[in-house]
Design a protein around this ligand. Sequence first.
Ligand code: HEM
Length: 405
Amino acid sequence: MAATRTLSKYWLLTNDFIQNPYPVLEYVRQERPVCEVSLPGGGRAWVVTRYDDAKAALADPRFSRDIHVHYRLMSRKSGRAMTPPAEEANHLANLEPPRHTPLRKAISFAFTPRRAEALRPRVVEIADELLNRLADQARPDLIAGYAEPLPVMTIAELMGVPAEAWPDFLRWSQALREHSPTDTSGVLDRNIRDLSAYMSALIAQKEREPDDGLLSSLIHADPERRLTLTEILSTSFALMTGGNDTTASLVGGVIAALLTHPRERAQLLAEPGRWGAATDELIRYVNPISNALQRVTTEPVEIGGVTIPADEVVIISVLSANRDPDQFPVHPEMLDLTRPKPAHLSFGFGIHYCSGAHLAKIITETAARRLFERFPEARLAIPPAELRYQQAGLVRPLAALPVAW
Ligand code: HEM
């Protein structure tokens, strides 16, 4: 197969791969299911591609999410002492037990499916507002005008951030996505500082004047579940950075999938009761994220017949796992809304399973339903083969989605 001869040592990062990763992943999954890849700054990572291995790695504490373990490794490799900012060092996605446990309990208590469900009417309003702005445009871009702002505005609403700060939120969220910890331009630091100052003031305000929002629930929790203010601030960063780009990527991908699958789109519009069951298959098929958050091995670990040494970066390919025929035997490459309970890994697995999965589904379903109910004739304004993906951290969003009404 061609992929055998052309597998570059940077194979995970090439533009060809980003545009269509599936043929290379099929080869890697069959031939070298735990495979090395070079990283641009030097060094290497190990990529886990089979569904069973990916699921096992997500649940295995020897593949650590502790940000201090990651920074220690980066410091050693770069010869430069690096420490994580407090906003990143005190939230659940970047810690392992025992510190992860109380943070997870607090968020599970405050951010329930019921709280997400209560946001549904606001998500509908925000979606309609955004569609009003696009309605008069001849060829609107549904990524910049719809898929990107909708999650940011919803998550701002979830945390009780007033509407006048939403444009800043969008800007900060984009800036956090576009810069890596090794970036020395100072842009990342400046954005973290601005966002942190804003959120600290908001938390202080909610401490004085509680409301019924998520931040107030965390701040005024019962003493045995109460987090420190530093942890609450950091948790709010986790909700923003974890929720905005991922959900935007999913919303754009699902709308594109339904634009190119008119039969499935007609079925969902005719029987809206099917959305709940259909959403998981849409998530599996669209693959909004490429990889889970990076892990570092704390000791040598044997997986997929390979022993990964200690202190190695491990990338768990959700893209690959979600198309593994051993897990999804019937045409994994196809969108099949009748597929029984597709147990995709797009929201992770184990103790770090996504806290916002329920909200992400509500936003996605609402975004697609409102769009197609309002504009049943909506169609892609370019041939499907011209759609382009971007690689931005772990998400893989469409760069643009131009439509005609
Ligand atoms: C389509 C949208 C989303 C996708 C694909 C997604 C994906 C994920 C994944 C894969 C993880 C596990 C990370 C790992 O173990 O490597 C995760 C964790 C997390 N997600 Fe999401 N997410 C989405 C939306 C959201 C939203 C809307 C929120 C909140 C508003 C959110 C908040 C979180 C948090 C706080 C964690 C950390 C949980 C923990 O470490 O215990 N996510 N997400």
